[in-house]
Structures are given as C-alpha cells and as structure tokens.
Design a protein around this ligand. Structure first.
Ligand SMILES: [Zn+2]
Length: 79
C-alpha cells in the first residue's frame, strides 16, 4: 500500500488505489491527495450536486465540478 504526503491535509496517508479521474487533474490528485481527503471531496461533491441540481451529463455541470474539485484540493489561484 503506497503512502503519500497529502498536499491538502499535510498528513502521510494512503494513496488512492487508482487515478480518480482520467484527466491531468486526476493525475495531480493521485500524486498529491490522500484517500481520506478524496473521501471528503466525494461527500462535498454529492452535496454540491444536490444543492445545485447538477446533471452530470451536462458539460457545463462537469466543468463546474472540475473547477470545484481543483479549488477543494489545490486552493484558489496562487497568484
Ligand atoms: Zn489528505
């Protein structure tokens, strides 16, 4: 079981078993985010989907969630 130091919670914890998303962002999460934080995000994502009534077949909804995912793990624009 691989361990990583998480960029979000700064603890050393288990790495995700696989890429969480088939994108560059998914690779960044895989390399830098622990399993616990990923679980936290899944709960947050579900709340966002319910709150905004998102349809995941809708490309603008997917784009919104991708942006929220990035903010959740990597913060606002560092600049
Ligand atoms: Zn973490």
């Amino acid at each position: 079981m691989s361990q990583i130091t998480c960029t979000r919670c700064e603890r050393t914890d288990e790495q995700l078993p696989a890429l969480p998303l088939p994108t560059d962002l998914g690779a960044r999460i895989y390399d830098g985010v622990c399993r616990t934080c990923w679980q936290d995000w899944l709960k947050e994502q579900t709340a966002l989907i319910n709150h905004h009534g998102l349809n995941l077949l809708d490309s603008s909804a997917k784009q919104f969630l991708t942006q929220k995912t990035e903010e959740f793990f990597f913060g606002e624009n560092p600049d």
